[in-house]
Design a protein around this ligand. Structure first.
Ligand code: NAD
Length: 373
């Protein structure tokens, strides 16, 4: 194989955005779509009159027209469509979040494990930002030392009420399974997991429809603890202007701070030694504490096309995956834990009780007022 024939399942807003990017991806041949909304199909056909159109994903994956599928439907459909693709020999690239619940993600991962010959990737394009890749290198090389604390503010996700009204599935327990944690923040939470690993406990102050007429969360302040005793605070909102996109990651040997502007830079304060050791070994009561401060310009930005190119290149045996979809369960679990912790007013331990979360979500769906409107 020297090119990958791509089918797109779900050609709404994001599916069509992806299609517009395909011309920048080498060795990708766009061959087919599956959707039932004629207006969305027509918009694709305007620029791609030769693309094959299928009414269902099942017909598309069995058509012989594709080697790979991109799943860009509302989130609840992601795991079943990924399973459908994998079981029919398709390489699969799934949009974020990979699933709404850990139980669904786990089922999908079990199928993926039975198909190691297929490439299974997730659209976590923030991992392609050179800034985050460089920060990961620094953390993984131990240059920050053991991570003690972080603060992660992800409030640059403002959405007006009209956004929530733009799709019947949006911001409902039944259609989306959550709000800012399921729609906007899977990117931030994936980065948090990618850099810092999985927490051991999560507690949260979760506001449901505080700033919008929606039933799901639009503001979250969560506290996370980690197996090494580290702690973190995660703040998310879709109601703040201008909003903040900033992190502070503090280790035993240094600190990294990031902000949205400029988005390709971060500040690295290197203590050059372990503060924990210094605290006990130094004999002065008021020591002078200097750090080597570097402003690191990583250059570049996050790109969806990099994930597409990486997916294609991995299928063609030229690269390793940047964002394996099986890792997506981690950010789903953290989001589920924040929702459960906030709604039930308790600290949730990870790994979570998958069935307990399914029961909570089923209860939220059953009690939903949104479906009665
Ligand atoms: N990675 C990113 O930057 C990014 C940005 C926006 C959205 N997304 C993700 O993309 C997904 C879609 O979001 P959107 O804003 O495009 O939604 P949308 O409502 O605009 O489009 C969804 C499309 O999927 C179709 N669809 C629904 N069920 C289907 C099925 N079973 N088979 C085939 N088609 C089906 C709908 O008819 C619609 O055309 C979401 O999961 C969202 O989280 C990712």
């Amino acid at each position: 194989m020297n090119e990958v024939r791509y089918g797109v399942i779900g050609v709404g807003g994001m599916g069509r955005n992806h299609i517009n990017m395909f011309k920048e991806v080498k060795d990708l041949k766009f061959t087919a779509i599956a959707d039932q909304v004629q207006d969305n199909i027509d918009q694709v056909l305007k620029d791609h009159p030769d693309v094959k159109v299928f009414k269902t994903a099942d017909e598309l994956v069995k058509s012989g027209e594709c080697d790979a599928i991109l799943i860009a439907t509302p989130h609840y459909f992601h795991p079943d469509l990924a399973i459908l693709g994998l079981e029919n020999g398709m390489h699969v690239l799934v949009e974020k979040p990979v699933a709404v619940t850990t139980k669904a993600a786990q089922k999908m991962n079990e199928v993926a494990a039975r198909h190691p010959e297929l490439v299974f990737s997730a659209m976590f394009q923030m991992r392609t930002n050179p800034k985050w890749a460089k920060i990961k290198q620094i953390i993984d090389a131990g240059l920050l030392g053991e991570i003690r604390r972080f603060q992660w503010t992800a409030t640059k996700w403002y959405r007006p009420q009209a956004y929530y009204a733009s799709g019947g599935w949006r911001a409902t327990w039944k259609g989306e399974g959550g709000g800012v944690l399921l729609n906007q923040c899977p990117h931030n939470i994936d980065l948090m997991y990618w850099l810092l690993g999985s927490p051991s406990t999560v507690s949260a102050n979760l506001s449901l429809g505080k700033h919008h007429d929606i039933e799901v969360e639009d503001e979250v302040i969560a506290t996370l603890t980690y197996p090494n005793g580290g702690v973190g605070v995660f703040i998310a909102s879709t109601s703040e202007v201008p909003g903040t996109d900033a992190t502070e990651i503090v280790g035993d040997k240094g600190r990294i701070t990031t902000s949205a502007e400029p988005g390709d830079q971060f500040v690295w304060d290197d203590f050059g030694k372990s503060i924990r050791t210094f605290t006990y070994e130094n004999k002065e009561a008021w020591p002078k504490l200097d750090t080597i401060k570097s402003v690191v310009t990583a250059g570049g930005e996050a790109k969806h096309t990099t994930i597409h190119q990486n997916f294609v290149n991995t299928i063609l045996g030229k690269e390793e995956l940047i964002a394996p979809a099986t890792q997506g369960i981690a950010s789903v679990e953290i989001a589920n834990a924040m929702i459960m912790a906030g709604i039930e007013g308790k600290t949730v331990s990870l790994p979570m009780d998958h069935d307990a979360y399914e029961n909570l979500l089923a209860k939220l769906i059953a009690e939903s007022e949104a479906k009665k409107k």
